[in-house]
Write a protein that binds this ligand. Structure first.
Ligand SMILES: Cc1cc2nc3c(=O)[nH]c(=O)nc-3n(C[C@H](O)[C@H](O)[C@H](O)COP(=O)(O)OP(=O)(O)OC[C@H]3O[C@@H](n4cnc5c(N)ncnc54)[C@H](O)[C@@H]3O)c2cc1C
Length: 321
């Protein structure tokens, strides 16, 4: 079996950027992606608008032409897909990396389809695959989801939205506008501080006028088939309900990182260990790229400030080969 210079796990924007850099440095490489191209972006809500302007989402300086200052999901899919085809990147889709074994002079990488040998591995697996669960009874019911796709489905339905971040606020506004009866359950005393500044007045006004109901300082305690129990400052409350969207954030696959031997900080940030000069982890030859670097600080890295990981990593690998 051919020994690759580098195997890149994840075909998101940053995995693609790593592939482009590997190509430029004439390193043999393959990108392994468990879903479609830019799988996380594909699974974002249908009508999602990025908070970043299109220039900040560009990779390798390739212009991202968008109709508006902030592009929508469809434009981003088009952009990254066109890049992967025009650059003719070596990317294997719908193939999941299952296991990485550290042999003496190379890594054995087992996937859902085959296995590979590579001198170096880049982990660009993002954080969108694993939701932060509430760990309450009823969370596994079919009317509960941690992912929001589209508002039409919720028309004329009673929907509880758990969370106060951008995802929760966007879902609340969209569903309300398609005729859903929305109640937000928020642990804190207000809408999240990082909510997009141009969206904040919209949600605040809808709440003030009573069109979107909200319970601050409250937590969902149990979900039943058509009822949700919450605990508020004033006491326990039962709300009649059809659907629950628990938009409580996501986290990187720590098990996957730990199995490879990557050390994770013991504090609540759970930061994976890596050298910021090279992006190499404590496991020699294994690099981290993109938003996976932030551990539970999922707001720290985004495309704009992590696309630089690609040239940093490939420079480091090139000097070793
Ligand atoms: C709703 C939402 C809106 C956002 N808006 C913005 C924005 O406006 N601007 C911005 O910069 N960022 C935004 N982000 C953050 C955004 O997710 C990241 O910036 C971007 O996707 C990071 O790219 P990445 O390549 O690091 O990770 P991802 O895009 O998450 O890519 C990781 C890829 O790895 C694949 N993968 C995971 N495990 C495996 C495995 N074992 N084997 C094979 N493949 C695997 C996944 O399928 C995925 O395609 C947003 C995030 C969310 C959730």
């Amino acid at each position: 079996m051919k020994k690759l210079d580098v195997l890149i796990i994840g075909g998101g924007p940053i995995g693609i950027a790593c592939g482009i850099e590997a190509e430029k440095k004439q390193l043999s490489y393959v990108i392994i992606e468990k879903g479609c191209i830019v799988n996380s972006l594909y699974n974002y809500p249908q009508g999602m608008t990025f908070f970043s302007t299109s220039d900040k989402l560009e990779i390798d300086g390739i212009p991202f032409i968008s109709n508006n200052v902030k592009p929508v999901k469809a434009e981003a899919l088009e952009y990254y897909r066109r890049i992967s085809s025009s650059k003719n990147l070596n990317i294997n889709l719908f193939e999941e990396v299952i296991e990485i074994k550290n042999k003496l002079d190379a890594f054995q990488i087992k996937t859902s389809k085959t296995s590979y040998t590579a001198k170096n591995v880049v982990i660009a697996t993002g954080f969108y695959d694993i939701p932060n669960t509430m760990n309450i009874p009823g969370e596994e019911l079919p009317n509960v989801s941690h992912y929001y796709k589209d508002p039409h489905f919720y028309a004329h339905q009673k929907v509880i939205i758990v969370g106060a971040s951008n995802s929760a606020v966007d879902a609340a506004l969209e569903i309300y506008r398609k005729g859903g009866d929305v109640t937000m359950v928020i642990r804190e005393e207000g809408i999240g501080k990082r909510v997009k500044y141009w969206v904040r007045p919209d949600i605040v006004n809808r709440i003030e006028e009573g069109n979107i109901k909200v319970h601050y300082n409250s937590e969902v305690k149990e979900i039943k088939k058509d009822e949700v129990l919450i605990v508020t400052k004033e006491g326990a409350l039962s709300i009649k309900n059809d659907y629950v969207l628990a938009l409580t954030g996501y986290m990187p696959n720590f098990d996957f990182l730990e199995k490879i031997g990557i050390e994770i900080s013991k504090d609540k940030k759970r930061l994976p260990q890596y050298d910021t000069q090279t992006m190499e982890t404590n496991v020699k030859g294994v690099y981290l790229a993109g938003v996976v670097c932030g551990g539970l600080e999922t707001h720290k890295w985004f495309i704009e400030n992590s696309r630089i990981h690609a040239p940093i990593i490939m420079n480091s690998i090139k000097t070793k080969i």
